[in-house]
Design a protein around this ligand. Structure first.
Ligand code: FES
Length: 506
């Protein structure tokens, strides 16, 4: 029998075990973020560990700096306890991820204290508001990530009760952090929590499994008010509002984003896309609202990419061309390059298309052999030590084809072409950092939309703040009632476009 000692700040706990135990199973109850779902690509699941442990894996050697390795840092998804050892978890404050809190200048008429929340699959953003104005924000990676990076993996984990507990406890902590010393839980009068349909199921404690299988019928589409104490006992004086979802894959987050954009009030033809693992889109034209969703996969967020990582220091976020058309790179925080985040990936691929290093079919011209013994064809990014593999290109092709085909199918449904769109809003974490030109070059959306892009930041969070006021809850109800859902999975137009959009236009 061996013992692992878990240490968090001054607290220690001993857990006996026999044989071997993965560090991820040790850290799981503590909500250590694992954004890539344990696929060894994000490098976010760092802990310090000493004692009897498995040797460093090639992924750890790649994603950890020499200093971190010298300090005993390990990746929880890679390292295994083989005997007595100590695992030191980062303090909660250090587990904070890159959470998009900007783009939320929303302000409404509302009295007293309120809390607005956007539960994203990857991150959670909480805003404490007073008199309808944001006073303070608090954000963190979604602690449910230990059970998978995307909704399908999390549903497949068949642990909805546990996932319910995880999100409720995490929100309670974030509420306190956002309120600070300005207000107590009993002062809060209204709480609005938005998210995609699956996230709201976990919050409400419903089994989301019907969302993952045809005919994709959720247990609830929400759009309801209840006492907040149903889930958050300390908030006895608050009502909780969960905004309406449109379908299993067009969630309340999309309804909030559309509300925040005022897209149905401006008169022109307006397109809105929340580009993430699940691309959700809305089109308003001639007084009618259309929505659809398409599974883009996690590639655009840097997951499932050989050297992909979250948008953290050391991630290449921009690639440009030098005088001799060589690849020049920039990293977040000007740190030594460690990998590629989503915006860097799009930027790099655009440069490869422009220089002809990536042909129309997505094949790399004159590839080199990857330096990590994987035997893969790759293209190195200048002298950064970071490279892009042929397999990575294929992943991005699938994602960009899904998004672009979704947009084109929706436009075709209204007998429109991309040139007819007046404004193209892009929102969400990934969408807020991409370079619209690079995105158009690789065909993430039609070229005609490039000059119509307006980046909205966390529009779902803005919409949640706005729904502290009844006025915007009425808007949300109307949007749900009026939205026509375009089912892409059965659309022949979508299938045709999907195949066509897989190519690159040089
Ligand atoms: S969860 Fe370990 S690297 Fe992503």
């Amino acid at each position: 029998m061996s013992t692992v000692t878990i240490q968090i700040g001054p607290h220690k706990k001993s857990v006996p075990f026999t044989g071997e135990l993965s560090l991820s199973s040790i850290t799981a109850p503590y909500g250590l973020p694992m954004p890539c779902g344990g696929h060894h690509t994000c490098g976010k699941c760092k802990v310090k560990a000493f004692g009897s442990l498995s040797p460093l894996t090639s992924e750890e050697e790649r994603l950890l700096t020499p200093q971190e390795i010298a300090d005993g840092v390990r990746m929880a998804c890679s390292a295994v306890a083989t005997g007595d050892c100590t695992v030191i978890l980062p303090d909660k404050d250090h587990r904070q991820g890159e959470v998009l809190l900007d783009g939320t200048q929303a302000q409404v008429e509302a009295e007293g204290w309120g809390i607005a929340v956007d539960i994203g699959t990857t991150t959670i953003a909480v805003y404490a508001c007073h008199g309808g104005k944001i006073v303070r924000g608090a954000g963190e990676l979604n602690a449910q990530s230990v059970h998978g990076a995307d909704v399908i993996t999390r549903i497949g984990a068949k642990r909805h009760e546990e996932l319910h507990q995880i999100v409720v406890s995490q929100l309670e902590e974030l509420f306190v952090r956002a309120l600070g010393s300005d207000a107590a839980p009993a002062d809060v009068k209204k709480i609005v929590i938005t998210g995609n349909t699956t996230m709201l199921h976990f919050l409400a404690g419903y089994d989301p499994s019907p969302i993952a299988v045809s005919p994709f019928t959720p247990q609830s589409l929400f759009g309801e008010t209840m006492p907040a104490s149903r889930y958050f006992t300390a908030y006895e004086n608050a009502e909780l509002y969960l905004p309406p979802c449109i379908s299993a894959y067009v969630g309340a987050d999309m309804v909030c984003a559309m509300t925040a954009s005022h897209m149905t009030e401006t008169g022109g033809t307006v397109l809105l896309a929340d580009i993430g693992t699940n691309g959700e889109m809305g089109l308003y034209h001639n007084g009618k609202l259309y929505t659809c969703s398409t599974a883009a996969g996690p590639a655009l967020e840097g997951a499932c990419i050989h050297m992909g990582m979250a948008a953290a220091p050391g991630a290449i976020d921009r690639v440009t061309l030098g005088q001799d058309r060589e690849l020049l790179w920039h990293t977040i925080g000007e740190q030594p390059p460690k990998g590629l985040c989503g915006s860097g990936l799009i930027s790099l691929m655009a440069r490869l298309v422009e220089t002809g290093q990536l042909d129309e079919t997505g094949a790399l011209e004159d590839p080199e052999e990857a330096p990590d013994d994987s035997g893969e064809d790759c293209v190195p990014i200048g002298d950064s030590g970071v490279f892009l593999t042929q397999q990575d290109v294929r992943q991005v092709q699938l994602a960009k084809a899904a998004i672009c085909a979704g947009i084109l199918t929706m436009l075709e449904e209204c007998s429109l072409s991309a040139g007819d769109v007046d404004t193209f809003y892009i929102c969400g974490g990934f969408g807020s950092y991409i370079d619209p030109h690079a995105a158009a070059v690789i065909g993430l959306f039609p070229k005609e939309l490039e000059n119509k892009v307006k980046v909205l930041g966390n529009a779902a969070g803005s919409g949640a703040v706005m729904m502290l006021s009844q006025l915007y809850r009425d808007t949300a109800a109307k949007l749900r009632e009026e939205a026509k859902l375009i089912e892409l999975s059965t659309s022949p137009v979508f299938m045709e476009q999907y195949i066509e959009q897989m190519c690159f236009e040089s």
